[in-house]
Design a protein around this ligand. Structure first.
Ligand code: NDP
Length: 385
């Protein structure tokens, strides 16, 4: 039986690569639903090619355009975030790939877990914001959450059934500004930040990679996915991005997963797990690498990583605050309204301004997200004093 897949965020970097995986294995996978936010033309083109049962455009203003574009197709067309959150519950769906960007991924992921769907989790913000809630729900419903983030997929591939993890070592490329001084970082532009040395990704995660907030989020994600303490998660900068991450066991043995930087592999592994199936494309050629290097991350230049660890230690709604503030400042940086280093200033300030809640429920997360966005937007306009 082919696995029925719903791809949330089909028009993005992860979504389009997921469709390449489906295309390579038409005998294994079928697309049940595709969703996007604004890109009507691409979504319609994908629907023509992959013939899903349903498509959803989150932006309701685009509904008639999408409906018109697919008027000759036997596909159900929906619009709005409620429709997006409901589509994941459809009975035939086996796997929901959460490849939307940001906080918007939280509600559909919760719904998919409650409906018992296997989650292929790319949307790390879901675990950053509400890791405790997500883990509890997944535990109650026995819903598997399979990592798509390359680092977490690497860790997942290294785990051993009968041996607990002693330490997780997440590798980081260091991004485009790895060698920049603090002085140089003051004036970097979005064009520079958007040029990631090893990966082609959506704009938000590319900026997060340049600021190392992405790595901070991955530390949080690792805590919830693998049930480890923050002090068991180490970040090491490995500019070649050949080792995707590592696990150290009690006896000091370290296992690593290696490969070319190609997100199709972790996406496909989440779809095919526990099996491995063929993946076309480049293979790792060791003769191309004279050296693999490793450095400690510098949290003086990349303060976001320290802020993320701090939020993880504090727990409660603090990671949710960091996530919301980060979404606001990244959008501001992408529209030239804040400097690169100014992003960390706003996040740090927001962490002190938004009320702390030790044991938040879903409503608290919603409230925290909204309140943080309001405060962070104000700080972007008025500056941090
Ligand atoms: P992109 O920006 O490339 O794509 C985002 C997708 O989400 C698009 O389909 C977009 O639709 C849709 N979307 C955006 N906002 C909303 C919204 N409010 N409601 C509904 N849909 C929305 O992002 P990426 O593919 O790079 O990243 C997706 C997720 O995967 C992120 O959480 C990221 O951290 C994670 N990830 C990405 C990696 C990568 O290599 N790209 C690696 C590891 C994790 P539209 O195109 O119509 O705007």
């Amino acid at each position: 039986m082919k696995k029925q897949i719903a791809i949330l965020g089909a028009t993005g970097s992860i979504g389009t690569q997921a469709l390449q995986v489906v295309e390579e294995h038409p005998d294994l996978y079928e697309v049940y639903a595709l969703t996007a936010n604004n890109k009507v033309d691409l979504l319609a083109e994908q629907a023509r090619k992959f013939r899903p049962e349903a498509v959803v455009i989150a932006n309701e203003d685009k509904y008639s355009q999408l409906k018109e574009a697919l008027s000759d197709m036997p596909v159900k067309v929906y619009a709005g975030t409620d429709a997006l959150c409901q589509i994941v519950e459809s009975q035939p769906i086996d796997i929901v790939l959460t490849a939307m960007v940001g906080y918007a991924g939280l509600r559909p992921t919760i719904n998919a877990i409650k409906a018992g769907k296997t989650i292929a989790l790319a949307n790390k913000e879901t675990l950053v914001v509400a890791g405790e809630l997500i883990n509890r729900l997944a535990g109650e419903r026995h819903t598997p959450i399979l990592p798509v983030d390359s680092e977490h997929s690497a860790v997942f591939q290294c785990l051993e059934m009968n041996n607990p993890v002693h330490k997780i070592i997440l590798t980081a490329s260091g991004g485009p500004f790895r060698t920049y001084t603090l002085e140089q970082l003051k004036t970097v532009t979005k064009a520079q930040a958007l040029k990631h040395p090893n990966w082609h990704m959506g704009a938000k995660i590319t900026i997060d990679s340049a600021s190392m907030m992405n790595k901070g989020f991955e530390v949080m994600e690792a805590k919830w996915l693998f049930g480890v303490r923050p002090d068991q998660i180490e970040v090491v900068v490995h500019p070649q991005s050949v080792i995707h991450s590592m696990v150290e066991f009690e006896d000091g043995a370290v296992k690593a997963q290696l490969g070319v930087p190609d997100m199709r592999l972790p996406i496909q592994y989440a779809f095919s797990y526990p099996k491995r199936v063929h993946l076309s494309g480049e293979r790792l050629d060791f003769s191309k690498y004279d050296t693999l290097t490793f450095e400690k991350p510098d949290t003086t230049r990349f303060r976001n990583l320290a802020l993320a660890y701090e939020a993880l230690h504090q727990g409660g709604n603090m990671p949710c605050i960091v996530n919301a503030a980060n979404e606001v400042v990244v959008a501001a940086f992408l529209s030239d309204r804040i400097s690169f280093l100014g992003m960390s200033d706003v996040i740090e300030k927001a962490m002190t301004r938004v009320p702390f809640i030790r044991t938040p429920d879903y409503a608290d997360y919603v409230e925290t997200d909204a309140e943080t966005r309001r405060i962070a937007a104000e700080l972007v306009i008025n500056g941090v004093k």
